[in-house]
Write a protein that binds this ligand. Structure first.
Ligand SMILES: O=C(O)CCC(=O)C(=O)O
Ligand SMILES: [Fe+2]
Length: 156
């Protein structure tokens, strides 16, 4: 793996790493039900699996759109900044019917064996924010995802 391409070089955000378009969901009542549903599911996942100390969502939810040729190369979401450095869980909701695009797999590599996340529409994938992952290039169609992070104090 190429660390530069993988986006592991601090503070860089360039098109070698990512091509997609994104918007941030606004605060407010309209999307409150989405936030609540995500919070409930991630709470369950954390209780069952991760058992991380968490203290909430500190960033807006991201709606990303990947068209043909778009991708997000291997990277981790836990960064160095005041907020990104507190990311502990990543969650990604598959918004698009899998029949609507080719390619665009969300892949995780927690242990040396890449794993393809389920594509089923409505699935929420939860993983540790320090897990290396990518979105493979979309070949045709369009993939939409909702991505949010849950934050908490340092692992010690
Ligand atoms: O689109 C996705 O499912 C994941 C995107 C991603 O890795 C990110 O925004 O950090
Ligand atoms: Fe990511």
């Amino acid at each position: 793996m190429n660390a530069r391409k993988g986006g592991l070089v601090a503070g860089r955000f360039d098109t070698e790493v990512r091509q997609s378009s994104l918007v941030w969901l606004p605060d407010g009542e309209e999307f409150e039900w989405v936030a609540q549903r995500m919070a409930r599911l991630v709470g369950d996942a954390n209780r069952d699996r991760f058992r991380f100390v968490l203290d909430g969502f500190e960033e807006r939810t991201q709606l990303a759109s990947y068209g043909p040729g778009h991708y997000y190369n291997w990277h981790i979401d836990r960064g160095r900044g005041a907020v990104a450095g507190r990311r502990k869980l990543t969650l990604s909701v598959q918004l698009t019917d899998p029949a609507g695009y080719l390619g665009g797999e969300l892949e995780l590599n927690a242990d040396g064996h890449p794993f393809q996340a389920p594509r089923d529409q409505g699935t929420m994938v939860v993983f540790a924010a320090h897990t290396i992952h990518r979105v493979a290039p979309v070949i045709s169609g369009n993939r939409l995802s909702l991505v949010a992070w849950v934050h908490g104090p340092d692992f010690v």
